[in-house]
Design a protein around this ligand. Structure first.
Ligand SMILES: *Cc1c(COP(=O)(O)O)cnc(C)c1O
Length: 440
């Protein structure tokens, strides 16, 4: 029953005990992850999103000021840093990559999901002879092209946010759209989609089964494209563009990234596409100077379990965990094997977080920085303390030869991945829960 593979006894003990901990990736730097996938594809995806920008500006009024570029700010967070790290020595500077405020989709899913729908749209229009080289992307919003798209369906399986991103984009281009939602999906996310004419199919099972159902339905229909969160390269590449944008923001802020000025990035992880794509892009741009860590709920640590186990697919159920978490964006029982394979030599480690901490940090982010995020988006906040103030963190710094001088120059980026569209009532309930937990 239990496929232990190479999961150590102590790892199983921590996982089954729901103890928050930091797992260090023994395969970091071994072999070259980028050799498995051409890194030039990241720059190409960035260029493509630039080309699509005028179309997006036309479809979404909220993107007019950015000329159709969907991007979030890089924020300083001095109050939060004080709260999280106190007087720890050599703590460097803490920043937030505020994807919770990404327009159109309200989460990190904006880049990947919207990119994949645009790529499908471009391909269909080209094949129909309605788009030629040199055309402006706004052609994709012309009457004959919209008529073409109306005959096609874009489908996806989701715990919520990917569905929001795909559904909104597909509907805006005139596609029919079907979103298969897993049991965790919040009611408001379903309603938001239905209001835009998206068909929402509710599944009583988990994320993996919602994806499987969607994949099966699409396989039987040649006019249905399924956005496969577990296997899609386009989705992954769309996410990776965040790295190009972050690099430009760091440069604009005068922040150097090299061996003497290391960059630590902490990103919440579900199936792996979003954090994996970002990591792939960042390792391509910064190499050994960037250290990427993923954050997962203690009851859904699918990427940790997959990377620590070895080759074949392992789900968290196999080690006795239940996938129960309020972090709906991270409630995934098995990691994407595509992403796990690409991350094996690239990701520095994975840490786990308890739900009660997610709520405490949600409250903290509001109090310290006046930011409104959803529970999934706070998972990264555990990262810097693990790095600076745990045995595993010390081990990592030693292995990487990161002395106090380098750490004092370090930049730590917490990726806040979602939350802009959480309804006020829902948010208040999260906030109150976090407040109560913080005061006890
Ligand atoms: C989906 C999601 C993630 C993780 O992305 P994956 O591609 O599933 O790993 C993190 N945070 C939020 C808010 C999300 O919706």
């Amino acid at each position: 029953m239990v496929k232990q593979n190479s999961l150590s006894k102590s790892a199983l003990f921590l996982l089954r005990g729901h103890t928050p901990w930091l797992w260090l990736n023994p395969n970091l730097g071994r072999g070259n992850g980028s050799s498995q996938l051409d890194v030039a594809l990241v720059a190409r995806a960035g260029g493509k999103l630039d080309w699509f920008a005028p179309l997006l500006a036309q479809l979404f009024p909220e993107l007019q000021s950015s000329g159709g570029i969907i991007e979030s700010p890089l924020l300083s967070a001095a109050n939060l840093q004080r709260q999280l790290l106190g007087n720890l020595p050599a703590q460097g500077r803490l920043l937030l990559k505020a994807d919770h405020s990404l327009p159109v989709a309200g989460s990190v899913k904006a880049r990947g999901g919207i990119y994949e729908v645009l790529v499908i749209a471009e391909k269909l229009a080209r094949e129909a002879g309605l788009l030629a080289d040199g055309d402006n992307a706004r052609v994709l919003n012309s009457a004959p092209v919209r008529e073409l798209f109306a005959g096609y369906t874009v489908a996806v399986g989701s715990t919520g946010n990917l569905g929001l991103s795909i559904g909104v984009m597909a509907a805006a281009l005139g596609f029919k759209s079907v979103v298969h939602m897993s049991a965790e999906a919040k009611q408001w996310k379903k309603e938001r989609l239905r209001k835009r004419g998206v068909t929402v199919v509710e599944h009583s099972g988990d994320y993996a089964s919602a994806v499987a159902a969607g994949r099966e339905q699409a396989a039987a229909d040649p006019r249905m494209h399924f956005v496969d969160d577990e296997n899609s390269l386009d989705l992954f590449l769309g996410y990776s563009v965040a790295a190009l944008r972050l690099k430009a923001q760091l440069t604009a802020a005068g922040i150097a990234v090299d061996r003497e000025n290391p960059l630590f990035v902490y990103i919440p992880c579900g199936v792996g596409g979003a954090p994996g794509g970002i990591t792939f892009g960042l390792k391509y741009l910064f190499g050994d100077a960037v250290h990427c860590f993923f954050a997962e709920p203690v009851d859904s640590p699918c990427m940790l379990v997959q990377l620590a186990s070895g080759k074949t697919s392992v789900s968290i159920y196999e080690i006795g965990l239940g996938n129960n978490t309020e972090a709906d964006g991270l409630a995934v029982p098995a990691a994407s094997l595509l992403v796990a394979g690409l991350m094996r030599p690239l990701v520095a480690g994975v840490f786990t977080v308890a739900d009660r901490d997610l709520f405490r940090w949600l409250y903290q982010l509001q109090k310290s920085e006046n930011l409104k995020v959803e529970p999934s988006a706070t998972a990264a906040l555990a990262g810097p303390r693990f790095l600076l103030d745990s045995d595993a963190g010390e081990e990592y710094r030693k292995r990487q030869r990161l002395d106090n001088a380098a750490m004092a120059n370090a930049t730590h980026i917490l990726w806040t991945t979602g939350g802009a569209f959480v309804p006020e009532e829902e948010y208040q309930a999260f906030f109150n829960k976090g407040k109560e937990l913080s005061n006890n």
